[in-house]
Design a binder for this molecule. Structure first.
Ligand code: ATP
Ligand code: MG
Length: 583
């Protein structure tokens, strides 16, 4: 039993029942995928359940995939089972090594491991082919030579049965000879197709003799030109699962109507001694739908190829490589998926839920630092030029054990432009002429006025400081002020490029109602600034994450940061600025 304190869900209920019923006790396992005969006499499978994550290596993984990854690998961990990483590369045209590498990185980054269980579906082509011959010999498959249009016309509709193909009654010998000729390259693409012989009158269109092999004269990234016929997904996927002794084959709801064929095919192959019983079972769950993003591969490719973003790992994209550059954490992704659970009914999750998970985790783990994003000079007229002293700033306000760090104070500081108003609005407690505020972790200062350039733009703010008001000294208690602003010493600051990322789309459902999703892009999703940061940040290593006080969580960009010259990306603001009213 899996005795974890994780919330249960319908998939765990199925697994628990299967294990109670000893459904898998006599399952054999030869260690590596193979047909039934290869597993004969092999030791019992030590893993109680086997799941798999089966990406097609034709794109980068996105937040939706993370749900499937967390689910499949999470179940394997909870039940001390195994989860396979299987590249579903049965389609010859699209797969690329770049995608394989990025998928491996992304799953590792999320914190999961498949140990030795990394497989490629294309390694099973010969077995798939052999099984197809067995199906033909047993009368379960036939070669159809109708045109694509004829096949479509005879398939029927949801309310009308299909019609049998005139080729449906070919003898097994005839079919076998034709199938071998297909495999030998004697026919052009589209001239013949191998179909399962199920039932053209079935109420489920997926059972109306689905195509299982097609002719495709194309070079495959792994098998080269060894094959000119390729298995269809509906045929290949159940076989991949069975060859790998997968117990629970978990997929999204749109495959529900294909489950009868999944079961039909494996039952026939088990009868023919091709695959082991007990057979894997397909279980469907509702996919992740997230507001303010697009998760369709086609749309993501368009965003990248048409230059709306800076590549697959753009921090605004809902890809896992993008999230990593953004500064999101894998822990928060896992938490997000645990919180959402798995269900059978489609629903939308607001992106703010994911952002809040990130915020929660970053709040716990990110040390505090000071950054001035929109700097204006603050000159302390009564502080001696050339003098400097240390102030102590806590690394985490709720974690005193993280200690304090020194920050240098001097006559000229950078403060946020918005922390000064020449004519204050009502309720404004920060700097304005005559007002007193605390420079956080430093001194209390009284505002004297400001300098302006010819256009009236403020170029510097002037103050005088109270020498006995330093934070942490007894005198500091003598001052009661309402405003508390952050600063960095101008002489010591590190001027850095900072990218203020925001949501890529301004609309909750980009392209809803048939509109163009491109029109819903948020024009302010990336703003690049030069910020003044506390000196310690200059030593940040790539991927170090911080809270910039009062601003949000930031990460040193993993690609653009150089030693001694980190560049920062904003992961998420401190508060949800999209909550009601903004959009
Ligand atoms: P394609 O249209 O290319 O098939 P895909 O998003 O289904 O795109 P796959 O590589 O086939 O990409 O997906 C791998 C796995 O991730 C599948 O098991 C799929 O069900 C799952 N998956 C994809 N999108 C989501 C999503 N939004 N929520 C949950 N799981 C998903
Ligand atoms: Mg898919």
């Amino acid at each position: 039993m899996a005795d974890t304190d994780k919330p249960s869900n319908f998939i765990r209920h199925i697994i628990d029942a299967d294990r109670k019923g000893f459904r898998y006790v006599d399952r054999t396992w030869a260690g590596k995928p193979g047909p039934a005969e290869a597993h004969k006499g092999a030791p019992l499978d030590p893993a109680c359940i086997r799941t798999r994550f089966p990406p097609e290596p034709n794109g980068y993984l996105h937040f939706g995939h993370a749900k499937s990854i967390c689910l499949n690998f999470g179940l394997a961990l909870d039940y001390q089972g195994a989860c396979h990483l299987r590249f579903d590369d049965t389609n010859p045209e699209k797969e690329e090594q770049e995608y394989v590498d990025s998928i491996i990185d992304a799953v590792h980054w999320l914190g999961f491991d498949w140990h030795d269980n990394q497989y490629f579906a294309s390694d099973y082509f010969q077995w798939m082919y052999d099984f197809a011959e067995k199906l033909i010999e047993a009368g379960h498959a036939y070669v159809d030579s109708q045109s694509a249009d004829e096949m479509r016309a005879s398939r029927g509709t949801l309310t009308e049965a299909g019609k049998n193909s005139p080729y449906r009654d070919r003898t097994p010998e005839e079919n076998l000879a034709l199938f071998r000729a297909m495999r030998a390259g004697e026919f052009a693409d589209g001239t013949h197709i191998l179909r399962a012989k199920v039932d053209m009158a079935s109420g489920n269109i997926n059972l109306r003799d689905p195509a299982i092999y097609r002719i495709r004269h194309a070079t495959h990234h792994a098998t080269g030109d060894a094959w000119c016929i390729y298995p269809m997904y509906t045929y290949a996927h159940p076989i991949e699962d069975a060859l790998e002794n997968i117990t629970h084959s978990i997929c999204t709801l749109e495959f529900e109507d294909q489950r009868p064929f999944y079961d039909w095919l494996l039952a026939r192959l088990a009868e023919l001694g091709c695959v082991n019983s007990p057979l894997p079972q397909q279980i469907e769950f509702a996919r992740l739908n997230l507001s303010y993003v697009v998760l369709s591969k086609r749309k993501l490719i368009q965003l990248v190829e048409e230059g709306y973003v800076d590549g697959w790992d753009d921090p605004r994209l809902p890809t896992l490589v993008g999230a990593r550059r953004r500064g999101f954490t894998p822990e928060a992704f896992r938490r997000f998926n645990e919180m959402n659970g798995v269900t059978k009914s489609d629903s939308w999750i607001d992106i703010s839920v994911l952002e809040e998970c990130q915020r929660d985790h970053l709040n716990e783990t990110a040390p505090r630092r000071i950054a001035v994003l929109d700097p204006v000079k603050l000159i302390i007229d009564n502080y001696p030029a050339g003098q400097e002293e240390e102030c102590l700033a806590p690394n985490h306000p709720q974690k005193p054990e993280w200690g304090k760090r020194p920050v240098l104070f001097s006559q000229e500081l950078w403060i946020e432009r918005e922390d000064f108003m020449e004519a204050p609005s009502k309720g404004y407690f920060r700097l304005f002429p005559g007002n007193t505020v605390r420079l956080r972790y430093g001194f209390v200062v009284k505002c004297l006025g400001c300098d302006k350039d010819v256009d009236g733009r403020i170029t510097a703010v002037h103050c005088e400081y109270m020498p006995d008001s330093k934070s942490g000294t007894p005198g500091s208690d003598n001052y009661k002020v309402k405003g508390n602003i952050h600063w960095v010493s101008a002489k010591h600051a590190y001027a850095a490029e900072v990218r203020l990322y925001d949501r890529l789309f301004a609309a909750e459902a980009p392209g809803a109602d048939g509109g163009d999703f491109i029109a819903d892009l948020n024009p302010n999703s990336k703003i690049v600034i030069t910020a003044q940061l506390e000196a310690a940040l200059q030593g940040a290593a790539a991927e170090d994450r911080f809270q910039f006080e009062r601003h949000g969580y930031f990460v040193a960009d993993r690609l653009d940061s150089k030693a001694g010259a980190p560049v920062f990306n904003r992961a998420v603001t401190l508060k949800d600025s999209w909550a009601k009213g903004r959009a």
